[in-house]
Design a protein around this ligand. Structure first.
Ligand code: 9MR
Length: 348
């Protein structure tokens, strides 16, 4: 009987639609990848389920441009090539971010902080070189990432880009990007976009860009959520508010942590157990269903949904916000099998 049960559950799974089949009339469903995901069972799962990939780290400023006159194209090339070979779209991530920027970016040859003009020049050169290399092969770019702080009154994060250039660095980054590849869809990308205060600041930021006719086409809601957030109402408010500006919305880094959401790294406490209870699993399934029901409701506005990592075997959340606390945030389990949450996402 047990064997029969197993057989039945396998046939059930085989009969399920894949993500890309289920969403072919809605939006591309994608996944963040590292070169190590592009061979073996993960590559098979990616080809079977997803129609878009995003480099998880390979195109960020530090990894791809470690020294002023040296680019490290290898990993990014491998990812773009995998996409091209398999008919999979590629989303670029990310052209300008305060994190993972190499120090040389802000320092001139005499060891002093660069001037505003120098920094703009470097930003332009960086965007130009990276986008030229992949022109026509990357359909959408996260141009500026996380420029808004979670707390405080200021719209702008006090990053080096902001301190040295002022808020104009954001506009410039979009203009440089658009000049290189006018076909590419350009996004402002951020997390915690359903917090009322942060949503409002992001709205102000992108509205200013739109008012100035800066070439921005959409907002990326990263979607690092948990089984406790956001509510459907909060999510719809974000989607609608950005859509009202004539912008597309993509969910760019989706995962649903089984723990309460925290945005700052912290020390591990005794109470931080790695657990995945039946109750968490049920709650996660219901949450994923609500999220995708909502994304489909905004078909046309929501133009892409990308998961941040392939399966629960390993994700960035295993080490964040606390190191070594395992999380179970994705639709595929540690053996690459679809979880219960998967069913609610593909059956509608
Ligand atoms: O998943 C990425 C992880 O491997 C890196 O160590 C980390 C470095 O800061 O960046 C992670 O990806 C981030 C993404 O680029 C931007 N939004 C938040 C993501 C999770 O931190």
């Amino acid at each position: 009987m047990a064997v029969l049960g197993l057989l039945f559950s396998w046939t059930d799974l085989l009969a399920q639609k894949t993500l890309k089949e289920a969403y072919k009339d809605y939006f591309p469903v994608g996944v963040a990848v590292a070169p190590r995901n592009l061979s073996g069972p993960e590559a098979e799962l990616i080809k079977q389920q997803f129609i878009s990939i995003t480099p998880e780290n390979a195109m960020k400023m530090g990894p791809i441009h470690p020294e002023e006159n040296r680019y490290n194209w290898q990993d990014a090339d491998a990812i773009v090539e995998f996409g091209q070979k398999n008919g999979i779209l590629v989303r670029g991530h990310t052209l300008c971010w305060h994190s993972q920027v190499p120090n040389w970016f802000f320092t001139n040859s005499s060891g002093q902080q660069v001037t505003r003009e120098e920094l703009l020049g470097r930003l332009k050169q960086h965007i130009t070189d990276v986008m030229t290399r992949y022109k026509g092969k990357i359909y959408a770019w996260d141009v500026v990432n996380e420029a808004v702080p979670d707390t405080g009154k200021s719209i702008y994060r006090q990053s080096k880009f902001y301190q040295i250039i002022g808020e104009e660095y954001i506009q410039k980054a979009f203009e440089y990007a658009h000049a290189i590849d006018p076909q590419a869809k350009l996004f402002y990308n951020d997390y915690n976009t359903e917090s009322a205060a942060k949503r409002e600041k992001i709205y102000q930021l992108v509205k200013k860009l739109k008012d100035k006719n800066v070439p921005i086409h959409g907002v990326g809601l990263q979607g690092h959520w948990s089984i406790y957030e956001p509510t459907q109402q909060e999510l719809e408010k974000s989607i609608r508010q950005f859509a009202d500006l004539g912008l597309a919305v993509q969910v760019t880094e989706l995962d649903v942590s089984v723990y309460p959401k925290e945005h700052e790294r912290r020390a591990r406490k005794d109470t931080d157990q790695s657990i995945y209870t039946d109750e968490m699993m049920q709650k996660q399934s219901a949450h994923y269903k609500m999220l995708f029901d909502t994304f489909r409701k905004y078909k046309g506005t929501v133009t892409g949904v990308t998961f941040w990592n392939v399966s629960d075997r390993s994700s960035w959340l295993d080490n964040f916000p606390v190191s070594n606390r395992k999380d179970y945030p994705l639709l595929f389990d540690q053996h690459y099998q679809p979880k219960k949450a998967f069913e609610g996402v593909v059956n509608f």
